[in-house]
Structure formats: structure tokens, C-alpha cells
Design a protein around this ligand. Structure first.
Ligand SMILES: Cc1cc2nc3c(=O)[nH]c(=O)nc-3n(C[C@H](O)[C@H](O)[C@H](O)COP(=O)(O)OP(=O)(O)OC[C@H]3O[C@@H](n4cnc5c(N)ncnc54)[C@H](O)[C@@H]3O)c2cc1C
Length: 414
């Protein structure tokens, strides 16, 4: 049963007010420039760290804020409204890098790595995707080989958020073959001095983020969690990560919608505000509905995470719906803005470019549909075939009641 109530405690409310202030003063004035420069200043992560934004859900004992997933989703949404590149980097850092160490690291690893990540001193990256293995994570080719108490990693990772600027990266690699003849997959923690940052990959949107290609050559790493459990670990953190991508999509969409709504009220053509034209109203209505549904689904998934429930289906649904809606909402916003929306004088075109990433990163829309389909089909209830044996009178509303109704033969009745 879905609940729409997400009461926030005083600590969460105070934190979100801090994020709003940070966003307004430290991010909003520079977001267009960062997009143009295709770069984020390092200090913005340090500042975010000081405010607890780099360790939102991480436990307080390791320096984190120990906040709920609902609060963290609302914070990512807030950041997504102004600079989606920064919001994406922060979302991946929190949910994937810090998240995986917190969920699967030894006590020693948590104490060693999490405090420096959550303080903003370090930026974390997360490497699963490779040139030949994207959606098909079982096909990764990066290899881990054990050498005494440490491991050597060899291979490539592709499209890694913050890869070039990260201080620490979680690397997913194969460590042998399973009995079933499949890749055995394990997770590792690697420091930046062990990897070669091959290049920044220039992208359509999220330009300020350092989407990177990385190479590992006998790169030293330590294993994270149990050997052979890397795929399960990755899927577990992706359940959380997908909620933050959904929140990011909601943030971008809200920014695009708010601008379109104001513009519709203010822009005059043919002697009227364009918001008086039904064509514009319908676009606004569709966007308003999709935005609200996206936020509800995102917070619902986050709320279930807070209750310790498995959210594989809900996370995938929220990400799929929110990201595809965000693209439509940004596109409509551009349409409502006419030529001004298409120009680089306004951030609408940036919103549209950034929103598109949300349908690809942390699993494409097609992969989300596969994940959801698996769950939906499993939840199917057995057909009762009640109509075959039913002795009840015909209740088809299209059929006239009483004596005029033609009796149907009972299928299969002897
Ligand atoms: C800006 C950016 C940041 C990213 N950050 C990270 C990161 O930090 N860490 C990381 O590990 N990865 C990251 N990624 C990678 C991202 O997760 C992958 O791009 C994504 O999972 C898709 O993989 P792919 O690009 O190899 O596409 P492919 O898997 O090759 O897919 C190509 C097309 O085929 C479709 N397809 C594939 N398999 C199926 C199927 N079974 N059924 C139906 N359709 C299918 C896909 O949906 C897609 O449309 C990032 C990507 C981008 C663009």
C-alpha cells in the first residue's frame, strides 16, 4: 500500500534549508558557466562536504549525517534544479561509492575511507561500465587477480562519473569463473594513484561532470565484501542510486516546468498571455501531472528504503517514470519558450540535455523495463477462471438486464 506521507523531522528540515541556501548562493549563480566550461570547481565538493551533503545517509559514527533516503532524495532534487551535473556527481558519490563501502565494507574499511569521503576531502567514483559491457554487467572484462593480501586489477572502465577527479573508486571486476561457467564478479576499493585517467568523455548533457574513461594496469586494490558477491553488491547499491537519479530527474523537470509556467503567464502574443491558449495549457497540464507523479513515486521508493524494504521494482519504476517524464517536461518547456527556449540565453536547453542522461545512467529505460517486468510477472495472481463455473447472473453492464438478456452457453459445461 502506497503512503504519501513523508514527515520530516527537525534535523532533516534544517538540513534541507541548508541545501537550499547552498544551492542559491554557491551553485545557481555559476551553473551555466560550469556547463559552458565543462568543469566543476573542486572547492564546491569541499563546501558541500562541510555541510554534510557528501555523506547524507552515511552513519554519524563515520562522520555522515545519518539522514533518511527521503531527505537525501529531496536534497538531490533541490540540487538538480540548478546544476544537474553537480547533483549527479553528489548522488553517485553518496549512493554508490560511500553507499557500497558502508553496506559491504569491513569495520576497518569504513573507518578508513568513509570519514574522508563524507567530509568532502575525497570524491568517490564507481566503476561498473566498460567499453564492451554496459547493460550486460555479467560481461565485464576487467580482471582482478590475488597477490597475497592485495589484488591486481587490469582492464578499462568507461563513462565513469567523476572518474578523472576521484580520489577513490569502487571497481567491479571478474575474479574467476563460477561453477555455472559464468563470470565470478567481485568489488574492489582502489585509490586514484593506481589508475590512469585516459580522457574526459564529452557528453551531450551533464557537461560539467567528469565523465571519464579509466585504465587499470596491475593496479593495486583491496577487495570490498565477499569475493564473488560483486554483482549482488552492485545491484543493491543501484536500488538506492536509482532513487537518487529519479530525484535528480524530478529536480531538473521542476526547474523546467516552473520557468515554462511563469513564461506562459508573462509572454504575450496576439494580445494575450500565451497561457490563455489551450495548446499551451495542455502542455502545462501534462507536465504538472507527470511532475507530481514522478515526485510521489520517487519519495515512495525512498520511503520504502527507509523502512528497510527491498525496492528493486519501486526504484526502477521511479527512475523510469521520472526520467522519461523529465525529458518530456523539458521538451515542452522549450516548446513553450519558443526560440528563446532553444537559445543558450536561457538554461532550458541545458535542462533538456541534462534530463536525457537520467534515461541512460544507472541503467537505461529499457533495462528498467526488464527489471520491472520480472517483478510484475512474478507478482501475477493465478487465474481463478471463475467465469467458467460461475452460477452468478450476468453482470455485463453493456448487456440489458432481465428477460431480454440473451443467455450465454457456459463454456465447458456438460
Ligand atoms: C554521463 C554518464 C555517466 C555515467 N556514469 C557511470 C558511472 O559512474 N559508473 C558506471 O559504472 N557507469 C556509468 N555510466 C554508464 C551507464 O550506466 C551506461 O551507459 C548504461 O548502463 C548503458 O550501457 P551502454 O552505454 O553500454 O549501452 P548498451 O548496454 O550497449 O545499450 C545500448 C542500447 O541497447 C539497449 N539494450 C541493451 N540491452 C538490452 C536488453 N536486454 N533489452 C532491451 N534493450 C537493451 C539499451 O537500453 C540501449 O538503448 C554513465 C553513463 C553516462 C552517459
Amino acid at each position: 500500500m502506497m503512503t504519501l506521507e513523508h514527515p520530516l523531522d527537525d534535523e532533516s528540515r534544517a538540513f534541507l534549508a541548508t541545501v537550499e541556501e547552498f544551492n542559491r548562493t554557491e551553485v545557481a549563480p555559476y551553473a551555466d558557466q560550469w556547463d559552458h566550461d565543462e568543469q566543476l570547481p573542486r572547492e564546491i565538493f569541499t563546501k558541500a562536504g562541510k555541510l554534510g551533503i557528501m555523506g547524507m545517509v552515511a552513519p554519524k559514527e563515520y562522520g555522515g549525517r545519518g539522514l533518511s533516503y527521503v531527505t537525501s532524495a529531496l536534497a538531490v532534487k533541490e540540487l538538480g534544479k540548478t546544476c544537474a551535473s553537480l547533483a549527479m556527481d553528489i548522488a553517485a558519490h553518496n549512493a554508490l561509492s560511500v553507499g557500497q563501502i558502508n553496506l559491504f565494507g569491513t569495520e576497518e574499511q569504513k573507518q578508513k575511507y568513509i570519514p574522508r569521503l563524507v567530509s568532502g576531502e575525497w570524491i568517490g567514483a564507481w566503476g561498473l561500465t566498460e567499453p564492451n559491457a554496459g547493460s550486460d554487467t555479467g560481461g565485464i572484462e576487467t580482471k582482478g587477480e590475488q597477490h597475497g593480501d592485495h589484488w591486481h586489477i587490469n582492464g578499462m572502465k568507461h563513462f565513469i562519473t567523476s572518474g578523472r577527479v576521484a580520489d577513490l573508486i569502487i571497481v567491479i571486476a571478474t575474479t574467476g569463473r563460477t561453477e555455472a561457467g559464468k563470470n565470478e564478479i567481485s568489488a574492489f576499493i582502489m585509490m586514484k594513484d593506481q589508475l590512469e585517467a585516459v580522457r574526459k568523455i564529452h557528453t551531450y548533457g551533464m557537461r560539467a561532470s567528469e565523465t571519464s574513461e579509466l585504465r587499470f594496469t596491475n593496479s593495486k586494490a583491496e577487495i570490498l565484501g565477499e569475493r564473488g558477491r560483486g554483482r549482488e553488491q552492485a545491484l543493491t547499491v543501484l536500488d538506492r542510486g536509482r532513487i537518487s537519479i529519479a530525484a535528480l530527474a524530478v529536480g531538473i523537470a521542476e526547474a523546467a516546468f516552473d520557468r515554462a509556467n511563469s513564461y506562459a503567464n508573462e509572454r504575450k502574443q496576439f494580445g494575450h498571455a500565451i497561457g490563455n491558449f489551450q495548446a499551451i495549457q495542455w502542455m502545462l497540464v501534462d507536465s504538472a501531472m507527470e511532475l507530481e507523479a514522478s515526485e510521489v513515486m520517487t519519495l515512495h521508493a525512498a520511503h520504502l528504503q527507509d523502512q528497510g524494504k527491498n525496492t528493486t521494482k519501486e526504484s526502477a519504476m521511479a527512475k523510469l517514470f521520472a526520467s522519461e517524464s523529465a525529458v518530456k517536461i523539458c521538451d515542452r518547456s522549450m516548446q513553450i519558450h519558443g526560440g528563446y527556449g532553444y537559445s543558450r540565453d536561457l538554461p532550458i536547453e541545458r535542462y533538456l540535455r541534462d534530463a536525457k542522461l537520467c534515461t541512460i545512467g544507472e541503467g537505461t529505460s529499457e533495462v528498467q523495463r526488464l527489471v520491472i517486468a520480472r517483478h510484475v510477472l512474478k507478482e501475477a495472481k493465478p487465474l481463478k477462471l471463475a467465469h467458467r463455473e460461475s452460477k452468478e447472473p450476468n453482470v455485463d453492464p453493456m448487456r440489458p438486464a432481465g428477460g431480454n438478456a440473451q443467455k450465454q452457453p457456459a463454456v465447458g459445461a456438460s
